[in-house]
Ligand binder design. Structure first.
Ligand SMILES: [Zn+2]
Length: 213
């Protein structure tokens, strides 16, 4: 898929980045993201993905709550399913990203049911910090599942918004084939980024061998 002239103009800032380039921008436009989220973090992430050219479609049975407006959706969307709200907002923000059949990746606020192709990006929290857990196609599904199973929902408000921006960057990096294939980061107020220790599945634990004394 070659970029059109209007697309080269629209994404010129991204295309100029060494990590993206013309090929990378084509990859972002070709791959989708299924979004299961109604909060500040997930909707902010969706808005950044859409702005960058990733086709986004809402999935899941969640409906927009009174906390949803302000990030991508409006007060009129409260009570609406995430799929229909995004189906209306995404084309308005970027017609390139309007694809109700968007597939090939998932971004969700925890808790969520994970399925389909990578990249997977989970937005979460532990009460004090905001977190993101991610896996590319090479990352272990079971380690990802074991880690997100123990994490709570992401914060709302400004910290949630910042987490969403981080989540979108992580998703785009994985789409471009940039590693690591599995990982997690904590966003600690006011703005520190720290490595998150992942929980390993039993198979990866066995492969690692017993911890050295
Ligand atoms: Zn594993």
């Amino acid at each position: 898929m070659a970029l059109r002239e209007d697309q080269i103009l629209r994404y010129s800032r991204q295309i100029l980045l060494r990590e993206v380039g013309g090929r990378g921008q084509e990859a972002l436009l070709a791959g989708g993201a299924r979004v299961d989220a109604t909060g500040a973090s997930g909707l902010t992430a969706a808005a950044y993905l859409v702005g960058g050219g990733t086709p986004v479609a809402g999935v899941g049975s969640l409906t927009m709550g009174p906390w949803s407006p302000g990030f991508l959706v409006s007060a009129a969307d409260v009570g609406q399913p995430v799929a229909s709200a995004l189906a209306r907002e995404v084309p308005a923000l970027n017609p390139d990203a309007a694809n109700p059949q968007a597939s090939g990746g998932m971004l969700a606020e925890l808790p969520s049911a994970w399925s389909g192709d990578a990249p997977w990006v989970a937005l979460c929290g532990d009460g004090a910090r905001a977190g993101v857990v991610f896996r590319g196609p090479e990352g272990c599904v079971w380690c990802f599942g074991e880690t997100v199973r123990h994490l709570g929902s992401p914060p709302d408000g400004a910290l949630g918004g910042a987490l969403g921006a981080l989540g979108a960057v992580v998703f785009q990096r994985l789409r471009l084939g940039l590693g690591p294939a599995l990982g997690g980061r904590w966003l600690v107020p006011p703005g520190n980024l720290e490595e998150m220790e992942l929980r390993l599945c039993s198979r990866c634990t066995a492969r690692q061998g017993p911890a050295s004394p």
